[in-house]
Write a protein that binds this ligand. Structure first.
Ligand SMILES: [Mg+2]
Length: 258
């Protein structure tokens, strides 16, 4: 979403028109960012000029984590470290229990501290809780205390737990397949979606290393827009298969699709 539809609170030129043009096609929004709930993301989109999507169309890595865990174990018990949106998603499907958790979940955003690390690593080492990470990003660009800043991503925040326990986390967000799989499940629940497979879908993203490579692994068609991480003309990472569409913006992509 960020770098494709908007930068912070500013819609990207042509993005609102693009979404209106594809409104009748089944679509979902996926984001590695677990900080806001789907409802809060829909509110934000509406506030900056987009037609408000249904909550079910927005798959954040926090929501996908909660849904995926509920499919592994109904009424799972968990200890979570992260922002409010992650906690709200988890509360819908699981039971918070810092003494006897099945899963220790580490999300991007504020919330981590020394106590949380100690509770989490003891659950993993002594109670055999599994370590879960919402998203693998090393760092993210965002606004912090009113100024642009580089912030630690989900991958950076789970590192103390991984190092202290020697347990690798199961990671939900892009480029791993789980976020896409949860998105496809949600997609198939929409009225106008038939028995679609990954091959029938188009992933539109701004990051070759996560959005595009993750989708290519699942045979999803891909479109790279150069309004976020990559600027027009910038070379793609080596050893990467080119996306099916490589366009400067959603405005240009809309012309290709018409
Ligand atoms: Mg992005």
């Amino acid at each position: 979403m960020d770098g494709v539809l908007f930068h912070g609170m500013k819609p990207i030129d042509g993005a609102v028109q693009f979404m209106d043009a594809i409104y009748d096609y089944p679509h979902v929004f996926i984001t590695n960012n677990p900080i806001r709930t789907p409802d809060a993301v829909a509110d934000k989109m509406e506030a900056i000029g987009f037609t408000r999507p249904n909550e079910e169309q927005i798959i954040t890595s926090g929501e996908a984590t909660a849904l995926w865990l509920s499919q592994q174990k109904a009424n799972f018990r968990y200890f979570a470290v992260g922002a409010e949106g992650l906690h709200q998603s988890l509360q819908k499907y699981g039971i918070e229990d810092k003494d006897d958790a099945d899963f220790v979940i580490v999300g991007e955003g504020a919330g981590i501290d020394y106590d949380a690390i100690i509770i989490g690593i003891n659950l993993i080492l002594k109670s055999r809780a599994k370590l879960i990470s919402t998203n693998p990003d090393s760092s993210v660009d965002d606004v912090y205390r009113g100024k642009h800043a580089v912030l630690p991503g989900g991958g950076a925040l789970v590192a103390p737990f991984t190092i202290a326990t020697g347990q690798q986390a199961i990671t939900i967000g892009k480029p791993n397949p789980l976020l896409y799989e949860i998105a496809l499940q949600s997609f198939l629940q929409q009225d106008n979606a038939h028995d679609y497979q990954f091959e029938d879908c188009l992933m539109i993203g701004d990051r070759p290393d996560t959005d595009i490579i993750g989708a290519q692994k699942l045979s999803i068609q891909t479109a790279l827009v150069r309004t976020g991480r990559f600027a027009p003309g910038q070379k793609l990472p080596k050893h990467m298969t080119a996306p099916d569409w490589d366009v400067d913006s959603l405005k240009e992509l809309l012309k290709c699709l018409q």
